[in-house]
Design a protein around this ligand. Structure first.
Ligand code: MN3
Length: 257
């Protein structure tokens, strides 16, 4: 073998070695500590919408959906993850809904951040899943519960719209199921949620429908006209999902977490 070929072989060998090192370096680095892998696993993510951003037009415009979901909700996800990363001793693996329904278990150092940002994550997931471009109707069971609790469907809509419009500042209007099976309309400030329990929310019910009344939910299209937005939302309610939530709440006493 000539010296030239030997040199060439040695050179190729070094090249192969470098390539193998590069190929393995990244995964080895990522797996370099069980704790970072664990943290990756418990990270919350921005849940995809079940419909395109344009789907709720003209009632809720695409630009509002894009910013509301892609920026506002995403920021809650990011801040929730940051809060949890700052307290690695707290190892929680459930959904955002499970997390905020057990706030008592959350360390004091991050409790407020989890309440605000975990609430921001779950409330929005619940909100989007309660909307749909497909027309649907409340189940017979839900409809009769609505009539029993509020007199008529129209009166229910009027009361729920009033709760949405009347919530002072930022917050949410909710429809929920009381322990005795009756329905109740309730509102919460900021990102508080009925699933956070009695210490935080006086609603005392399992939520089945919500309307976001933060300005970011409507301002681009409706500006200061919150009442117009609260009226428009009725055109895109996912009554099939709300009916399923009602059934689960009545039968199993469980919220969709
Ligand atoms: Mn919002």
């Amino acid at each position: 073998m000539s010296d030239k070929i030997k040199t060439m072989k040695a050179f190729l060998g070094i090249c192969a070695g470098i390539l193998i090192s590069i190929a393995f370096a990244a995964p080895l680095h990522c797996a370099g500590g069980a704790s970072s892998t664990e943290r990756e696993k418990m990270k919350y993510t921005l849940k995809e919408l079940e419909y395109p951003e344009t789907a709720l037009e003209p009632w809720i415009d695409a630009e509002t959906v894009r910013i509301h979901h892609g920026k506002h909700q995403a920021a809650y996800v990011e801040k929730l993850n940051a809060a949890l990363a700052s307290e690695p001793s707290f190892n929680f693996n459930g959904s955002a809904g499970e997390l905020i329904s057990k706030l008592d278990a959350v360390p004091e150092s991050i409790k407020t951040a989890v309440r605000n940002n975990g609430g921001g994550v779950w409330n929005h997931e619940f909100y989007w899943r309660g909307l749909s471009p497909q027309k649907s109707h409340p189940s017979d069971e839900l409809l009769s519960a609505i009539k029993e609790s509020f007199g008529s469907f129209d009166n229910f809509k009027k009361l729920m719209t009033a709760a949405a419009v009347g919530q002072f500042g930022s917050g949410w209007a909710w429809l929920g199921v009381l322990p005795d099976g009756r329905l109740k309309i309730c509102s919460t400030p900021n990102q508080d949620s009925p699933i956070m329990g009695a210490k935080i929310s006086p609603c005392g019910m399992i939520p089945i429908l919500c309307i976001d009344v933060w300005e970011h939910a409507y301002y681009l299209k409706y500006q200061n006209r919150r009442a117009d937005y609260a009226e428009a939302v009725w055109n895109v309610i996912n009554w099939k999902r709300v009916s399923d939530r009602f059934e689960a709440a009545v039968k199993d006493g469980k919220a969709e977490l």
